[in-house]
Design a protein around this ligand. Structure first.
Ligand SMILES: C[S@@+](CC[C@H](N)C(=O)[O-])C[C@H]1O[C@@H](n2cnc3c(N)ncnc32)[C@H](O)[C@@H]1O
Length: 324
């Protein structure tokens, strides 16, 4: 008992923070037919609040040559197939419809989608129904369903249906998976878990797939390989550009109002004791109102889409983004 007290006393303050509230925190919504799905606040969230944390839905091998190395296609394809076997077609056609379409699965009908989207306050430990799947991997911070209307869904699904490959070859499927992992996966360092002390961080945190990312590792013992992890809800969070510091009063004013409202970490290191290795933890960068879309900055890597974020819309950033 005495030992525990002194250990807790020496923990850095950041590890003594509270886990996310076990209350419905996020909803899925459709942002636009081109941006696709996004995640929205299901209630007011305060600055620095942990919103949710979530175990990965699937993982594959990652290495520095990730985007170029065709030999890695196989591992990504295997991970996708495993997720399909685990969650079924409902999961891939709803959570990752573009990937599914390119693998030959048409988007789910509204009748099939609606009961899954409306999984109000799904219990994370109830796994007996596909209706609960979208919240299944959440550890804290419940999933509160969705706000998608039938019209919105059908417009979006029609767009996705256009990219359907009727009879995909094995090569088509593998290529689709590689592309999917490039757009959706987080780079997560493998770790040895050297800690023998409960509640202390076990190893390095992950970093995003960006050249600028730095791991916030405390101790790295041996393995340096990484996994590419897909999170069912975390991977649905869209990008928002961070407005640059600028002498322009207009941009500076917008900077305080807009820009990404969330940040994320993977694993316990540098964050809080309740986060397991490979779990993604999402935290509010500022106060967020119910209904506001959750966003973060994807970093400097090549994005592969025309940015439609609020910063680009409301400031001169759109001009610069359009030139990249
Ligand atoms: C990690 S996923 C986010 C979830 C995605 N919207 C969906 O429906 O599956 C990243 C993809 O979302 C889209 N996206 C994300 N942020 C965007 C933005 N600011 N503007 C336009 N498209 C965006 C792009 O297609 C990108 O490849």
């Amino acid at each position: 008992m005495h030992t525990t007290v002194s250990l807790v006393f020496h923990l850095p303050a950041k590890f003594l923070r509270n886990a996310p509230k076990d209350a419905p925190a996020v909803r899925i919504g459709l942002v636009s037919p081109t941006v696709g799905y996004g995640l929205f606040a299901a209630r007011d969230l305060s600055k620095d609040e942990f919103i949710f944390h979530e175990a990965p839905l699937m993982t594959a091998l990652f290495n520095e040559k990730f985007s170029a190395d065709a030999s890695l296609m196989h591992s990504q394809h295997q991970a996708y197939k495993a997720a399909l076997a685990d969650g079924g077609q409902d999961v891939v056609t709803l959570a990752f419809p573009m990937l599914a379409a390119r693998n030959g699965f048409p988007p789910a009908s509204w009748e099939a989608a609606e009961p899954i989207f409306s999984a109000e306050s799904a219990e994370p430990d109830v796994a007996d129904s596909a209706k609960k799947f979208l919240g299944k991997n959440l550890v804290h911070g419940r999933f509160a369903g969705s706000t998608i209307t039938q019209d919105e869904y059908e417009t979006y699904a029609a767009g996705v249906r256009e990219m359907l490959i009727a009879k995909p070859t094995e090569e088509d499927r593998q290529r689709a998976c590689l592309d999917f992992f490039k757009n959706y996966a987080f780079q997560v360092k493998r770790t040895m878990i050297p800690s023998t002390i409960p509640h202390l961080p076990a190893g390095p945190a992950g970093g995003p797939i960006t050249p600028t990312a730095t791991a916030t590792a405390t101790t790295i013992t041996s393995k340096t390989n990484s996994d590419a992890c897909i999170y069912l809800l975390g991977s649905l969070i869209n990008h928002c550009c961070t407005p640059p510091s600028s002498s322009s009063a207009y941009v500076t004013r917008k900077r305080t109002e807009k820009g990404p409202n969330c940040e994320w970490r993977i694993g316990a290191s540098g964050l809080a004791h309740f986060v397991e290795p490979k779990h993604i933890c999402v935290q509010a960068k500022r106060d967020i109102k119910e209904g506001e879309q959750l966003t973060w900055d994807y970093g400097k890597r090549e994005k592969g889409f025309v940015c439609e974020c609020a910063t680009c819309r409301d400031t001169f950033m759109g001009y610069y983004c359009g030139m990249l």
